[in-house]
Design a protein around this ligand. Structure first.
Ligand SMILES: Cc1ncc(COP(=O)(O)O)c(C=O)c1O
Length: 425
């Protein structure tokens, strides 16, 4: 038996399975005490947590509202229609499918809808900031389709649209993905759409990382440029772990058929309910403030890091994410990430474009501001955050465990003054 604190606010869980309950309690403490800088993570609201833990969990409901393969769907249909209606209103799209289990299956459904095995597809290379599911070799999408990949320019860190156009016209992919997982700059959806149109490809905007920024008006929308929009719901959008596919009416049938019965069985109705709640929250004026604060914090943090001599891919950020190249600091990303973890600062090690090191031991770390902004930290706190990272990087290089312990205590103090949504006080 572990000695972690038992979460008293989950009495049934504590009684039924104290061992598991203790792990939940430990995770609550970890999320409460640490500065979480992983750009794909966030803190959901208590309302989202509650919706995802309801009896909707008990239902099977293969099919779509009004066209199910199971009876007893009176309430489930309403839940799903509520989520769909809110997604359509928030993003201004004709059609939304809220059933994909997560971002990767959502993207796989796009391939199923628009390509045949062996067809050419195009996306950003993983080491350049793209996602595995955009046709990268180790992914099913790169094994079952012929993935051709674009990147960013080595001298600027920005996408070279002449290169993207040349590649698209030469390779004639069926599908082009834009968006990614380590992109610190605004995505020019109009430029991608022009190229996709010229090449006769379906343009998919994978906005998993920036969906909340788009909803809050802090990043341009892919509507009306993209044919399909794919997004997770659990990053900047601050919903449960899930995904959505949105599209123009002309693609609605193909998308729905690909998700079910093409790829999935019964939707996770408790997740659909929590997505509906998150979409409602994202439609409030306070969420616009949140989205803009996420970007303002990231820009302020980038400035503070630049002042301290750090190299940032593309020289800064337009969104929630910063990609730090630690080559000039003479310490690799993995060593820094692990040292920062010991200092109570949670980041992930990451390749940087043209990285000479291996993906499992790369040159960079990836950080972001969605979680700290959810705790109410503002631009005035970013100097302290940058200072901790700076001291943490030095301590990682010199093996100074005392310095890491000092940072951990300072971080815990600031976090205690900024309680996290959804966590017990
Ligand atoms: C751009 C992008 N697309 C898709 C995904 C996949 O989402 P999931 O991890 O939910 O499968 C991610 C996850 O990081 C992502 O960043």
């Amino acid at each position: 038996m572990t000695s972690f604190p038992l979460p008293a606010h989950h009495p049934a869980l504590v009684a039924a399975d104290p061992e598991l309950a203790a792990l939940v309690g430990a995770e609550e403490r970890l999320q409460s005490e640490t500065l979480r800088l992983i750009p794909s993570e966030n803190y959901v609201s208590q309302a989202v947590l509650e919706a995802s833990g309801t009896v909707l969990q008990n239902k099977y409901s293969e099919g779509y509202a009004g066209r199910r393969y199971y009876e007893g769907q009176q309430n489930i249909d309403q839940v799903e229609l509520l989520a769909i209606g809110r997604a359509k209103a928030l993003f201004g799209v004709d059609h939304a499918n809220v059933q994909p289990y997560s971002g990767s299956p959502a993207n796989l459904a796009v391939y199923l809808a628009f390509a045949e095995p062996g067809d050419t597809v195009m996306g950003m290379a993983l080491p350049m900031g793209g996602h595995l599911t955009h046709g990268w070799g180790v992914s099913a999408t790169g094994k079952w389709f012929r993935g051709v990949q674009y990147g960013v320019r080595q001298d600027t860190g920005f996408i070279d649209f002449d290169e993207v156009r040349d590649l698209a016209l030469k390779e004639r992919p069926k599908v082009i993905f834009c968006g990614g997982t380590a992109l610190p700059r605004t995505i020019d959806f109009a430029a991608f759409a022009e190229i996709a149109h010229e090449a006769g490809a379906v343009l998919v905007a994978d906005v998993a990382h920036i969906a909340g920024l788009i909803a809050g008006g802090a990043h341009p929308s892919p509507v009306p440029h993209a044919d399909v929009i794919s997004t997770t719901t659990h990053k900047t959008l601050r919903g449960p772990r899930g995904a959505m596919l949105m599209c123009r009416e002309e693609h609605a049938k193909a998308i729905d058929k690909a998700v079910f019965p093409g790829l999935q069985g019964g939707p996770h109705n408790q997740t659909t309910a929590a997505i509906a709640v998150a979409l409602h929250e994202a439609s409030q004026p306070s969420f616009r403030d949140y989205a803009h604060a996420v970007v303002a914090n990231a820009k302020a943090l980038a400035e503070e890091l630049l002042v301290r001599g750090f190299d940032l891919v593309s020289g800064g950020t337009d969104n929630h994410l910063i990609l730090m190249d630690l080559t000039s600091k003479d310490v690799p990303g993995k060593i820094v990430a692990k040292a920062l973890d010991r200092a109570g600062i949670v980041v992930n090690y990451n390749t940087v474009p043209y990285d000479p090191r291996k993906p499992f031991d790369p040159s960079g770390i990836r950080i972001g501001t969605p979680s700290l902004t959810s705790r109410g930290l503002g631009a005035q706190h970013m100097a302290a955050v940058a200072h901790w990272i700076d001291r943490g990087v030095t301590a990682a290089r010199t093996g100074d465990e005392d310095a890491l312990a000092t940072i951990r205590a300072e971080v815990a103090d600031l976090m205690a003054a900024h309680p996290a949504p959804g966590l017990p006080a």
